[in-house]
Design a protein around this ligand. Structure first.
Ligand code: ZN
Ligand code: MN
Length: 264
């Protein structure tokens, strides 16, 4: 096993000067990744910025492979929901409402495209965000009159959709509990142990059965349905080796997909 090596040098838009950016956009085929996360409690053992940290490191690795750039992450996300993130009532979680997330996406994606960036890729790391990102992208394209297929496009994905069945069976030898309850569980904890072990406190992790919820949402939430840890499944069994496997497999397949979809 090898610790994660940072390949991000040169890919961060926020570390680039504007004149070089203008030159890049004017003279090359361009692609900008936007990592998307949330500020959300992840139990006692993971940091609140986990979702943005993971989508950022994944974006940086893929972007470095394909000579793309990575914009600063959206560090706040849509409201944490009880059945997928423990709930918005939990202290530490600070969320945007739908209107704000749609508007943020519409504005930032729209400005990048308007400045001549040809491809934008939103890499989502927080379950609840997806449809609001989709809406923001759709409105940005409409604002610019780009609804018809042309040389500019926006791609949108959640990174866990790249985890293969084969990887899943290795990471969860006793059976996969499902993506909805993968909040503060084995996947996120393993990835963090590989990528940012300095931010993980395994000695504080709590072992409990995966949360079981009714098939409906209730508002206001019945707070006691969320496990006291704030995690929806146990991180027991998470390790850096699983994180290395997950990260390597996701980055490889995501890079291949993006490289074949986007011509740079
Ligand atoms: Zn998370
Ligand atoms: Mn989340």
């Amino acid at each position: 096993m090898s610790p994660h090596q940072d390949h991000s040098s040169g890919v961060r838009l926020g570390e680039m000067d504007a004149h070089s950016y203008q030159e890049w956009v004017r003279t090359e085929k361009t692609c900008v990744f936007i990592p998307v996360g949330a500020h959300e409690q992840h139990g006692p053992h993971l940091p609140m910025g986990t979702d943005a940290l993971l989508s950022t490191i994944i974006s940086e690795s893929v972007a470095a492979d394909m000579h793309a750039k990575v914009a600063p992450a959206f560090a706040y996300g849509y409201k944490s929901q009880q059945r997928s993130g423990g709930g918005d009532h939990l202290p530490g979680t600070v969320s945007l409402d739908a209107e704000a997330l749609i508007k943020l996406t519409r504005t930032v994606v729209g400005e990048l495209l308007d400045q001549g960036v040809q491809n934008v890729v939103l890499v989502n790391g927080h379950y609840e965000n997806y449809q609001f990102l989709y809406e923001g992208v759709d409105l940005a394209l409409a604002d610019l009159g780009l609804q018809k297929s042309g040389d500019r496009a926006v791609l949108l994905l959640s990174y866990w959709d790249y985890v293969s069945e084969e990887t899943l069976s290795k990471v969860y030898p006793d059976g996969f509990p499902g993506w909805e309850v993968e909040h503060g569980g084995v996947l996120e904890t393993s990835l963090m142990l590989h990528l940012r072990p300095d931010l993980v406190q395994m000695e504080r992790a709590q072992n409990h059965p995966a949360a079981e919820f009714p098939r409906f949402d209730r508002l206001p939430v019945a707070a006691d349905r969320t496990p006291a840890s704030g995690c929806l499944s146990s991180p027991a069994g998470a390790d850096a080796k699983k994180g290395e496997l997950l990260f390597g497999q996701v980055v490889e397949e995501l890079s291949a997909d993006m490289s074949s979809e986007i011509e740079l």
